[in-house]
Structures are given as structure tokens and as C-alpha cells.
Ligand binder design. Sequence first.
Ligand code: NAD
Length: 422
Amino acid sequence: MIAKERTSLYQNVNRQFDKAASLMGLDMEIRKILRNTTNEVVINFPVKMDDGRVEVFSGYRVQHNNALGPYKGGLRFHPQVDIDEVRSLATWMTWKSAIVGIPLGGAKGGIKMDPSKYSISELERISRRFTYALGNNIGPEYDIPAPDVNTNSQIMAWILDTYLSTQLPHERHRSIHVVTGKPVASGGSIGRDKATGQGVVFTIENWAKDKGFDLNGATYTVQGFGNVGSWASILLKEHGSKLVAVEDVTGAIYRQEGIDPLELSEYVRRTGGVVGYPDSKPIDRKQFLQTEADIFIPAALENQITQETAPNINVKLVAEGANGPTDPDGDMILESRGIDVLPDILCNAGGVIVSYFEWLQNKRSEKWDLDEVDSKLHRIITHGYNRVKEAAREYNTDWRTAAYVCALATLEKVYVERGIFP
Ligand code: NAD
């Protein structure tokens, strides 16, 4: 068979978009607007290394749409970061907030770099210099970054401090919501660290309830054991489910009797990866993706479930913790094989939902407790789940297309009501 030329990630986003827009009959003029990003910032900025050398980094911030509220989305530090990837991730952020009904728009950013190659003090200078270079392209009521791949609450604290340091003294505390995913003492929300994994598990619970599927005793595999993958693993185990295989950037492991996700998190903290975890069997990437289980949670990078890998995925449900883990060919194959997919723009929306809670708490000088955060997260993501389920039924379509239909219907209504200026 002649291999098809691989389409870019953003082309995949537009394939998903076009399918939903045609199915629902989205207004042609609004289609033109939503098919494009609004602003794209590319900044090449110099940073002094520990040994005195200067390196120039490329940083990106793409703002897709702010019809529903300020631009919102994470920052990623990874060698694969480029304008095509950031555009795609920014666009998915717009859909996510629209599906679950929170008043935020879509953005994303990142720096093309491998953070494992830099010292902590270099990472701090890179983060701060990028924030400074972004200047007023971000802002608490304009565009609010958050953590993503290889960024965390410490990096958010440096971004916050740099941004506040550039404001007039009497403006500083009014701007603390310029980033979310901050450490709790620096204005972060309780429950933001686990929020994306928690949202993934709430969504799986909803699916299991609808299907009459018992999570107790169910098996699952997880790709990526960082923020999203580790929390989803820990919280799913609380239902009595069994984690049997995990893959991260260091390799993959299998254990039929089950892997304790809390112990594995501790092991990864000490060693930097899952490989070598006691009593587990090393497996290769192909074996990992073919592992038989009830649920697969991709929680690493894009384009993992494709024309090549989808035919051998051996599960009942794919619950997408990562953004874009399944490409359109992969989707078609999963559908033809009767494998359910909880799409990224619904399944991993817990992160942006609790980021929204953090933003609100900062604006109101409040601190919510974990029960309040979790119960509100549960209500909002379940509302999104039910909306998508209803759209899938009404349009007789797959859940990803249904999720797009929900997002596009919300945005279409806003554009029709407001009109196009001037
Ligand atoms: P992270 O940096 O905390 O973890 C990433 C994990 O992926 C690590 O375990 C890493 O080893 C693994 N990984 C990297 N390259 C890999 C490869 N080639 N093969 C297998 N594993 C690999 O990042 P995260 O915040 O957990 O984000 C993971 C995914 O979830 C991304 O797609 C991100 O966009 C998405 N997401 C994150 C959030 C959030 O709140 N952090 C919210 C929504 C969606």
C-alpha cells in the first residue's frame, strides 16, 4: 500500500472542523472566521546561559478566538513546538471552553526547546525573558497562560513574578490572574494540579454509567505519566480499576497484576521516567499500543493513534487526556472497530475549567476548598458530557464531531447576536 502523505496537525484540526461545520450547516461567513486564528506572535529572544554563552530561542503565542472571553491556554516547552502545533492547540482551546460553557477564548504558546538540557536557573531566565518579550500580548483580562507539556506551577510562578514586576506598583495585585496553574501559596487554586486528570476520570465515570460498565476490576493503560497521566491513573485506581501498562518518554512497562500509580509517581519523581519500575516488564512502543485493556488514556503528545497504530489498539474506550492524540484516519479506524472515543476537547477540559476557577478566585480575592472545586468541576464537565452525548444522538455522529458541533453552535449564536464590526 502506498502510504498517504501525512497532513499537518492544523490541517487535521480543519478536517475535524469542516466535518462538523458541514453536518450542522454552520453559517458560511462564521465558518471563515472560526477557521482562522486571530493573532500569531513569534518571538526570537536571547538568553544568557550559565557558562556565559547566549542562546536564541523561538517562542510562540497564538490567539485563536476571544468571542466568549479572554484568550486562554497553556505554554509548552518542547523541541516539536512550532507555529502549526501551537495554532492547532490554540484552536482546540476555543472549542473546549465553548463546549463546557465557560467564558474564555482559545490560545496556546510555547518555546521550541528541550528543557531537560537546561539548568534550573537557565529555565528560570528563559521563562522570564519570554514573558518579558510577550509584554502586553498576555494580560489578566486579555490572554492568560497556564501549564502544559514540560511546564509546571514553578514556571507559572516565574511568569507571574516577571509580569507583575513590569506593572506599575499599584496595578500589581490586580494582575495576579495573568496566569493560572500557579503554586497555591502564590495565588493558585487548590485542585488545579489534579484538575485535568480529575476531569478525565469524571468523564470516564459518566461513560461507564451510560454503558452499564463496571470500573471496578477494569484494566487501563496510560501513555504519558506527567501531570495528566499520573493524576488520571491515581484517580481511576480509586474505582478499583487496574493500571497494566504505562509509556513515557523513557519507554514502556507492563505488569499484569497491576501497577500502583502512587508508587510509580514516586519512582518517576526519583528516577525521571517509568522504565525500570520494580517488578514490571519492559515492552516496546508497538507492544504498549497493542496492550489489551478496557480503557486507554493517551496523555502525552499528538498523533499517536493513526492509520498505522489504530488497527491494533485493543481496548473498549479511548479517553483522550492529551490534545490531538488521534488523527482523522485513526478516528475512522477506531469508529469502524466499535471503539468509543471521549474526545480531547471534552475529556481533558478539566484543566481549563479549574484554571477558570483560579482566575475567578484571584479576581474576587477568594480561596475555595477542594470540595467546592471538585463539585463545581464535576457539574460543569458533566454538563459538557451530556451536551456532547445529546448532539451525537441528534446528528447521529461520532463524539468528536458532536463535541465540535456543540462548540460551533455556541460560537455561531454569539456571532449572530453581535454581528461583525463595523
Ligand atoms: P507533562 O509534561 O506533565 O507530561 C508529559 C508526559 O508525556 C511525560 O510523562 C513524558 O515523559 C511523556 N512523553 C513525552 N513524549 C513522549 C513520547 N514520545 N512517548 C510517550 N510519552 C511521552 O505534560 P501534561 O501537562 O501532562 O500534558 C500531557 C498532555 O495533556 C498534552 O497533550 C497536553 O496538551 C494535555 N493537556 C494538559 C493539561 C494540563 O492541565 N497540564 C490540560 C489539558 C490537556
